[in-house]
Write a protein of this length. Sequence first.
Length: 378
Amino acid sequence: MSKKLRVLIHGTGFAGQGHAEAFRYVGVEVVGIVGRTPSVVEQVAADMQIPYAGTDWAQALIDCQPDVVSIATPGGAHETPIRQAIEFGCHVFSDKPLTEEGASAQALYELAVAKQVKTAFASSFRYMPDVIHAKRLVSEGIIGEPLEVECISHFNLERDIPFGWSHRKEDGGGRLNNNFTHKLSIVTSIVGEKILSIMGEVRDDLGKAPIVDGVHNFKTRRDFIPSDLNDPELKWGESNVEWSYTVLAQLASPFAAKPVSVLFKHGGLHPRFNEDHVVIYGSKGAIYIKGHYASGPLYTYKNGEWIERALPDDIVAGIPTVKGDTERNWRYLINKLVKDIQGEPVEPYQTFKEGAQYQQLIDLLRKNDNWVDVSHLQ
């Protein structure tokens, strides 16, 4: 394809600006950006030298005539603009979640298939360099058959972060939408994409958060924590999403005869004592990756000892040049989407198929109905 692709961005915060830079990085022209507040979207467009700024998404599609759109608003605002973009014939890159519940996410996936547009779903921490390395090691048989995986993380988030989209189910909040999606993507990337079964428990350990004006960028929300939380004039919003979860899953693996057992344990508000980690245990060894999203370093276990393994040169050479794991992983995935749109061969990447599947899994987990009453045995 000789024509330079054109992208329209929906969202002006951290994600919107990060998506725009990622598309530019892979050679796509950013033709416009849309946001809710005129003064904000105009300022962002000016700062980033984006020629079009607007607040009406449907009109922006007409005015900008994009080939692809990037959805970077909070999750509760994804469904309508995605649907409009697909109907307009655009390919779509979307941050997670696609929608607030599984049925509508599935409907978006089916619409994209019917309209024959390409889609990408940004549960993109599967592109962490040490995850790519672990995937290679497992496929090479370093640990034998994978048997089980353990994903442990504790974020110790401040309880008084201002009330916003992350506190509301209807806006795409919750730790399942914003942590579990990445963890599941990491594990399926390493051991196998087919999810066989799942169960779990979720819990809201927060309850409420202060309502504060002026928060625009998700990454700077901590700067707006009120100095006086006992101020009688302070208003509070009620959380309706999970801040902790425990999930068990079974995955089919091309490298194992039996299903691989996976434990996902996350405490959004709880302090960590030891390192967050991802571990893949096998019949002949194990792989340990430090960090909640497997940021590294990576160690392998064999013959009674753990050995740190450096990244192979070819993986290092393929790392996009940008500061920040999130921004780097967007560039990995956007590069795959763009090449696919242009007709170049690419390895499989996560699309709205996975986005819809993940949202249906989250719906199941939020029911909290996996318990067996054994009180009569006592």
